[in-house]
Design a protein around this ligand. Structure first.
Ligand code: ACO
Length: 378
C-alpha cells in the first residue's frame, strides 16, 4: 500500500503587523469589540505578491524535506488570491523555484483550499499518478478587502505556508477525509467584484463589496466542521481521545472552541493562531501546522484532526497521522525583501484607491446583482 507522507513544511509570514488599534484609526471599531467577538489582536499585511509569499514558503518546505525543486511532480496552489488568473499562480511558483518537471494547479475552494489540495495530492500519490507534491495555502486578502466595511475588514490577514508530500510505504500522512459543501449557505458569503460577472460594469478590480452574514456562517461552520470531524474519526475507528492535536481553520476563536467541544477534544489539544494572524483563509491551516511543528506540539506518530470551512460553504475534516520525523532536514536562506512601510501605510495605500461612494461601488450595487445573481444579464 502506498501512503503520502508529509516530509517538508515551511511558512512565510509578511512582517508588517496591523493591530486592532490600527484598524480603529479608520473604522468605527475597538480592540475590545474585536478581541471579545473573534479572539483576534493583530494580523499581517503583505508588501509583496501572493506568488512571492508562496515561493518563500515553498523553498523553506523543500529544504525541510531535503528535496530540490526538480524532484517535484506537482504543485497545488490553494487559495482565492491570485496575482493574475492567466497564467495561473502555481506556474508562477513553479517558475520561481525551478520545478522543471512539475504540473501546476490552482485550486480554489476558499478557506478550505489548502485542505482540499492536501486531499487531492494525497489521492494522486496513493494511486501512483505522482510521487512528490508541494501543496500551498496562501492568501493576500489585504489587496481586495473592502476596508470601509468593519463587518469584514477586522477579520482577515495575509500569509502563506506549504507542505511537501512524498510516496511512502509507512502508514502515515492523510489517512481519512470527509469533504463536503453546505450549499444552503452559499449566499452567506460572497465577494462582489471578482469574476466575469462584473466585466463591463464600471467595476474596478480591488473594489469589492462583501455579502457576509457572520451569524449564519458561524452556525453552519460549527455544524459542518464538528459533524465532519465526528464522521472522519468514526470511519477511522478512532475516538476523540485518540486525537493528539486539532489544527483547525482559524476564522474565530469562538468557532474553534465550539468545534472542539462538539468533537469532544479539550482546548489544550487545539492549535490556535487566530489571535496573532486573524483569518488567513486558505493559509490558516498550513501556517498553524507549521507553527505546531516549530513549537514541538506535533509528536512522532501523532494523530492530527484538521477541520476547516470556507465560502461555498465548503467544509472538511482531515485525519493525518504524522511520521517519525518532526524536525527539518535542512534550512533555506529564502527571505522576503525588506518591508519599508508599516501595515497601516500599506492598507491606507489600498484604501486610497477604493472609493466607497464612487462609480465602482455603484456598479457593485446595481439592482440586477442584488436581486438575481444566477440570471443577471449583462
Ligand atoms: N466593530 C464594532 N462593531 C461591529 C464590528 C466591528 N468591527 N463589526 C460589526 N459590528 C457591529 C455590527 O454593526 C452589529 O451592530 P448592531 O447590532 O447595532 O447592528 C453588531 O456589531 C454585530 O454583532 P453580532 O452580530 O452579535 O456579532 P457576532 O457576535 O455574531 O460576531 C462575527 C460577528 C465576528 C462576524 C461572527 O459572527 C463571526 O465570526 N462569524 C463567522 C465569521 C466567519 O466565518 N468568518 C470567515 C468567513 S470566510 C471563511 O473563513 C470561510
Amino acid at each position: 500500500m502506498t501512503y503520502a507522507a508529509i516530509t517538508g513544511w515551511g511558512k512565510c509570514m509578511p512582517p508588517a503587523v496591523l493591530s486592532n488599534a490600527d484598524l480603529s484609526t479608520f473604522l468605527e471599531t475597538s480592540d475590545e469589540w474585536i478581541t471579545s467577538r473573534t479572539g483576534m489582536r493583530e494580523r499581517r499585511v503583505s508588501h509583496v505578491g501572493a506568488i512571492e509569499l508562496s515561493t518563500v514558503a515553498t523553498r523553506r518546505a523543500l529544504a525541510c524535506a531535503g528535496l530540490e525543486a526538480k524532484d517535484i511532480d506537482l504543485i497545488i496552489y490553494g487559495g482565492v488570491s491570485n496575482d493574475e488568473l492567466v497564467p495561473n499562480s502555481a506556474s508562477g511558483v513553479q517558475r520561481a523555484i525551478g520545478a522543471t518537471h512539475a504540473a501546476s494547479i490552482d485550486l480554489n475552494t476558499a478557506c478550505t483550499s489548502f485542505c482540499y489540495g492536501l486531499a487531492t495530492a494525497t489521492a494522486m500519490i496513493r494511486t501512483g499518478m505522482i510521487k512528490r507534491a508541494v501543496v500551498i495555502g496562501v492568501e493576500l486578502i489585504s489587496r481586495y478587502m473592502d476596508w470601509s466595511d468593519r463587518n469584514v475588514a477586522v477579520l482577515f490577514g495575509d500569509g502563506a505556508a506549504a507542505v511537501v508530500l512524498e510516496a511512502s510505504d509507512h502508514e502515515e500522512g492523510m489517512l481519512g477525509s470527509v469533504l463536503g459543501c453546505d450549499i444552503g449557505g452559499r449566499e452567506s458569503l460572497r465577494v462582489r467584484g471578482f469574476g466575469c460577472t462584473y466585466a463591463g460594469r464600471d467595476v474596478r478590480f480591488g473594489d469589492t463589496l462583501w455579502d457576509f452574514d457572520g451569524q449564519v456562517i458561524f452556525k453552519r461552520a460549527v455544524q459542518a466542521m464538528a459533524g465532519a470531524s465526528v464522521r472522519v474519526l468514526q470511519e477511522a475507528g478512532l475516538s476523540p481521545d485518540d486525537v493528539d492535536l486539532v489544527v483547525p481553520h482559524q476564522a474565530n476563536l469562538r468557532i474553534i472552541e465550539s468545534v472542539a467541544k462538539y468533537a469532544g477534544v479539550p482546548m489544550d489539544k487545539v492549535m490556535v493562531t487566530v489571535q496573532k494572524y486573524g483569518n488567513m483563509s486558505a493559509a490558516t491551516v498550513p501556517v498553524a501546522l507549521v507553527e505546531a511543528l516549530e513549537e514541538g506540539r506535533v509528536k512522532p506518530g501523532a494523530n492530527l484532526l484538521i477541520p476547516a470551512f470556507g465560502g461555498g460553504l465548503t467544509y472538511c475534516s482531515l485525519l493525518v497521522r504524522w511520521g517519525q520525523r518532526v524536525t527539518p532536514l535542512g534550512d533555506s536562506d529564502a527571505e522576503l525583501p525588506p518591508c519599508t512601510e508599516t501595515a497601516l501605510e500599506l492598507v491606507n495605500r489600498v484604501r486610497a484607491t477604493q472609493d466607497p461612494h464612487g462609480v465602482s461601488r455603484a456598479g457593485l450595487m446595481a439592482p440586477q446583482f442584488v436581486e438575481s445573481w444566477a440570471t443577471a444579464p449583462l
